[in-house]
Design a protein around this ligand. Structure first.
Ligand code: GLU
Ligand code: ZN
Length: 507
């Protein structure tokens, strides 16, 4: 009963038997900046594909010319690369179902829409927005379902003639079958949708532009996607897509219906859904702050999944080895920035020190570094890096932590000064200077002994005794391990800074 498919569509369906039957897709729309929700979806699809040695299709859903941009497209690709994802089909790698940008596949959608209309699975709807709104209000007031009421389902030729004469241009609407749709969600179990909750829906705009409702399942069918893993916000489109799939199967365009799994909502501040516009959700922000991709991915994987009850820190390889969509928790996940930072800190510790030293580079240069480029000293950086690695939560913190080494004077933080330079601090500082002078400056341990001895002379524990020294030398009360810092800065500059602080205290 189905008419012949165009060569392009049939070629897309003739792909032989793949090694693994699993084919998943990541199919963002290039609007705005990449956000963490999108990254979580990409991660779960990628891990699922890799776990099953399946195929990850990366598709760009750019059919909304008003909202999509080339800049967002470039950012998406850049983000995927930065995160370390690879894909088997899609932009830059190509594949048997190319092109992978929907804006270049418009002929496919027009062809499918035509076939759906011919077979009676879709129809032209001439209702104006005002008419739809009025009827929706009336239905609501009467306590009836407020979705599309089927007004244009079975127009007579005469009615169509009249609408045309009025100059109306129709949209294309999919005819939902009058039956209950049940499917087993891979995350949420069995779900049932009754017809009154899933009315007929638009698939092509009056101007001929195909909608997400059409292009997304059509491409999933043509690209032979076996598992659709996406956010819970898209759950309501699933019964519609299942009905559309059945029509596509009948038309020879789809081979089967994929399995669906809906990933839980991510909640942000005040237990509200984390939105794309939330500053906390901007991927660029995490990159600028110096999150490691492996730390961020580790944290995002915990939004709905866990490796085991007692292991929060793991690599993406460990995730891939263990990942099962059936283990995803359907309950909303809470986005916790503190935990995200803590996990990132752990991943910073796990880096090889050479790797750490290199990954910090961007924050040791303009525009972040406040020192003159020629003041940067590679030997000092290499010497301090292992001590910095134990302290950072995010890489961008490196700048403030090492500026005392490369600036001529420390950046004096007023609050730190007030806190550390109490009554009697000048005496402690003077003793510390005396003890540090003859110490072994090639040994942080020896410098520590000196400050310890200075503290003892004033009845102070090490912590209290070292506070004025730290502020005098680095400008702040918190920072990298102090005695290693003094050793790297060197005797001459350390003593000069203590002298400057003493002068300031007695002035
Ligand atoms: N382009 C859609 C989005 O970004 C994809 C939704 C889906 O996975 O079906 O929301
Ligand atoms: Zn209508």
């Amino acid at each position: 009963m189905a008419s012949a498919l165009s060569p392009k569509l049939s070629a897309s369906l003739e792909q032989g038997v793949p090694a693994s039957p699993v084919r998943v897709r990541f199919c963002p729309s290039p609007t705005g900046n990449p956000h963490v929700g999108l990254v979580r979806t990409a991660l779960f699809n990628w891990a699922f594909a890799r776990h099953h040695q399946g195929t990850l299709v990366f598709r760009i859903e750019d059919t909304d010319a008003a909202r999509d941009s080339e800049e967002s497209y470039d950012q998406l690709l850049d983000a995927m690369r930065w995160l370390g994802f690879d894909w088997d089909e899609g932009p830059e790698v190509g594949g048997p179902h190319a092109p992978y940008r929907q804006s270049q596949r418009m002929d496919c959608y027009a062809e499918v829409a035509g076939k759906l209309l011919d077979a009676g699975h879709a129809y032209h709807c001439y209702c104006s927005q005002e008419e739809l709104d009025t009827r929706r209000e009336a239905a609501r007031a009467a306590g009836r379902p407020s979705g599309y009421d089927g007004h244009c389902r079975d127009l007579t030729p005469a009615q169509v003639e009249e609408y045309r004469a009025q100059g109306r241009t129709p949209i294309v609407r999919f005819r939902m079958p009058d039956e209950t749709i049940t499917f087993t969600d891979l995350v949420r179990g069995e779900l049932t949708f009754t017809p009154e909750n899933v009315p007929d829906y638009g698939i092509v705009r009056a101007n001929g532009a195909p909608l997400y409702t059409l292009v997304n399942p059509v491409d999933d069918a043509l690209m032979e996607i076996t598992h659709v893993l996406r956010g819970e916000d898209l759950l309501s489109s699933t019964p519609r897509q299942i009905a559309l799939y059945k029509a596509l199967i009948e038309l020879g365009i789809a081979k089967g219906i994929p399995d669906f799994g809906h990933l839980p909502y991510v909640m942000g501040e005040g237990n509200k859904k984390l939105s794309k516009r939330d500053p906390q959700s901007s991927l660029n922000l995490y990159r600028e702050r110096g999150f490691l991709p492996e730390g961020l991915l580790n944290y995002l994987s915990l939004l709905g999944w866990s490796l085991s009850a007692d292991q929060d820190i793991f690599t993406t390889d460990e995730m891939v080895a263990a990942f099962d969509i059936a283990d995803v928790n359907p309950n909303p996940a809470r986005f916790d920035l503190k935990k995200c930072e803590a996990i990132n800190a752990d991943h910073i510790r796990l880096l090889d020190v050479k790797d750490f030293t290199e990954r910090c580079r961007p924050w040791l240069q303009a525009p972040f570094a406040p020192w003159a480029p020629e003041a940067f000293d590679e030997t000092k950086w290499q010497a301090i890096a292992p001590h910095a690695q134990t302290r950072l939560k995010v890489l961008s913190e490196i700048t403030d932590n090492v500026d005392f080494l490369f600036l001529p004077e420390p950046v004096l933080d007023e609050a730190s000064w007030a806190k550390a330079m109490k009554e009697g601090s000048d005496a402690v500082l003077r003793t510390a200077r005396e003890k540090l002078e003859p110490a072994d400056w090639a040994s942080a341990e020896s410098l520590k002994e000196a400050v310890l001895a200075a503290g003892e002379a004033h009845g102070l524990k090490l912590g209290k005794a070292q506070a004025p020294v730290r502020v005098a030398v680095t400008g702040r009360t918190v920072g990298l391990p102090l005695f290693e810092s003094l050793e790297v800065l060197g005797k001459e500059r350390t003593l000069a800074r203590i002298d400057a602080a003493l002068a300031k205290l007695t002035a």
